[in-house]
Structure formats: C-alpha cells, structure tokens
Design a protein around this ligand. Structure first.
Ligand code: ATP
Length: 293
C-alpha cells in the first residue's frame, strides 16, 4: 500500500474534572470523552527519503504546516522509533476548528500514528502506539480509539464505556482563542471549590439515562475560561434558548455544545443558530462509537 486516507474525529468532554497537579507540571484529570462525527481528513503517501512534507488546508485557521504541527511530530516520533518507517507526504484538510477544545490536533496526530503503522507495516501493538501518542499530547492516546471513554491520569488511563445512543449535539465555536496552557495556569491559582460529578456521569452512561447524562454535565475549566471569555456563557444561553436539554463547554474551550434528545429539535436549533451573525461556527454532530475507517 502506497497511500492511505484517514478521518480524524473531534471529541467533546461530557464531564471534566482536574484532580491535582503533578510534580512534573501535568494535571491529573478525570474526564469522559465522546467522539463526534466532525472530522479532519488526512492523506498519507509513502516517501523513500525519510522526509516529511505537510500541506495544510485550514480556511484561515492558525494551523502550522511545519514541525510544530502535531501530525509532523507524530510521524517524526514513529520514524525515530522505527527505522522501517520512511518519510511521508501528508495532506491535511481541517474541518475541526483549531484551539477549540475538540482535540483537533491530537486527533490528527493519532491518525498519523495509525497511518505510519499501516503504510510501513510496523505491526505496532496498542501499548507502543499509546507510548508514542502520550508524548505528543495527553488526548492523543484516546484519539487512537475514540468512542465513549473515561480518561484518567493525564489522559492515558482509559476505560471504555457503553456507546451513547439517541443523543444529538449542536456545537458552537465562538470566535475567540483560548490557550489551554493559560487556562490550566489560571486554574492552579483558583481556590478549590466545585467539582463535577464524574461518577454520576459514568452511572448515567451505563444506565443509558439521557436525562441523567444532561444532569451530570460539568467541566471544572468553565470556572476559569468563562470569566475570561463571557461570550462562552452567552453561547450556552443561546443553545438553551433553542431547546438544548443540557449545555457545556468542551475541554478548555471556547467550544460549547448543546445536547438534544430529538433529531428534529437538533436540526431546528442548528438552522436557527447558523443564521445568527457573529456567533461563530455552528455544527450538528452525533456520537461516533468506532473510529476505524
Ligand atoms: P485539546 O482539546 O486536545 O486541548 P484543542 O482543540 O484545544 O485541543 P488543537 O486544535 O489541537 O486544540 O490545537 C491547539 C494548537 O495546536 C493550535 O493553536 C495550533 O497552533 C497547534 N496545532 C498543531 N498541530 C495542529 C493540527 N494538526 N491541527 C490544529 N492545530 C494544530
């Protein structure tokens, strides 16, 4: 095989708690991640000179096309470990908004690790892939498999949960930039007050109880991102006004999502919101259980 095309899916955090900061600076999390059917597309082609060439199509978004791109870093990391892994020509078509809290870059990096394995027949096992992935970013191991997963540690301890059914998302990415590092820095100097109900969310998902899932939505990072960017609260309110049963910011933001129990309601909210000028990017999405494509 000379070439492979992969979809790299976005994720939403249904619940996110930060437990503590480790001595090495990483934060220990407990979060339930959910893959959704919003994706970047990447084409990988073998080269025989151990060079990496990356072409990025990102419609105005600030995405690097050099070694700062996580895709580039992922391929380099695999090449360092496996002599058999030659170079790669890569074309990345972004759909997932960058720096949005939807793990767009992490998902691209995971797709790159999987593509190296397939194209160069490296026969990497899951653990080796995860070891490479976690060095690129905390969300990358999750993005290798996706689905509905409880992620703990810095993201590398993963427990699969039952797949979500009959939940429909409307996603709004306001036109503000949020730096993940700044958000975690601000959290460190915030007094410890409130924590979301992660165990409640796990129980709700296991029971397939949609109402309980929306009750347990919670993200500790809202407490620092929203005061810095009040527009996030305004977008949450818009989603609620459109009938969302539950609303939450994903990751470190600024993306927010609303959950609908009914596809027609989801579509109506989407149509309404995308006509509003200046609210940012609006997407409809559904849970994805299995990213293998
Ligand atoms: P997470 O939810 O994992 O924190 P995110 O959605 O907030 O991720 P990304 O879209 O992964 O953020 O991008 C964060 C930054 O990383 C961007 O500002 C961009 O400069 C850089 N970056 C590097 N590689 C990529 C990539 N392939 N796609 C998007 N951004 C990338």
């Amino acid at each position: 095989m000379e070439q492979v095309t992969k979809k790299a899916y976005a994720k939403l955090n249904l619940v996110l708690d930060v437990c503590h900061k480790r001595a090495d600076g990483y934060h220990e999390l407990r979060t339930v991640m959910q893959t959704v059917n919003l994706f970047d597309e990447l084409t990988f082609r073998k080269r025989d000179d151990r060079e990496i060439r990356l072409e990025v199509h990102a419609a105005g978004a600030d995405v690097p096309c050099d070694q700062n791109n996580l895709v580039h870093r992922a391929v380099s990391a695999v090449m360092e470990r496996y002599e058999a892994c030659g170079g790669m020509d890569i074309v990345l078509n972004k759909q997932i908004p960058a720096a949005a809290g939807m793990a767009g870059g992490s998902s691209d990096a995971a797709a790159a690790i999987l593509a190296c394995d397939e194209l160069y027949d490296l026969q990497m096992d899951r653990q080796t892939m995860c070891e490479i992935a976690v060095k690129i970013g905390a969300d990358v191991p999750y993005c290798l498999t996706g689905g509905t997963v409880l992620c703990e540690g810095i993201g590398e301890i993963m427990t699969p949960l039952p797949e979500l059914r009959k939940l429909y998302f409307v996603i709004v990415k306001p036109d503000v930039s949020v730096s993940t590092a700044t958000v975690y820095g601000a959290l460190d100097s915030t007094p410890d007050t409130w924590h979301p109900n992660v165990d409640g969310m796990i129980r709700a998902i296991k029971k397939q109880d949609s109402a309980l899932i929306t009750d347990c939505l919670g993200n500790v990072l809202e407490s620092v991102t929203i005061p810095q960017h009040p527009v996030i609260e305004e977008r949450k309110q818009l989603l609620s006004d459109c009938g969302a049963q539950g609303v939450l910011m994903s990751g470190s933001g600024p993306t927010v999502f609303g959950i609908f129990f009914d596809k027609e309601q989801q579509k109506r909210a989407y149509e309404l919101l995308r006509q509003k000028k200046g609210i940012g990017q609006v997407f409809m999405a559904e849970p994805v259980a299995d990213i293998c494509s």
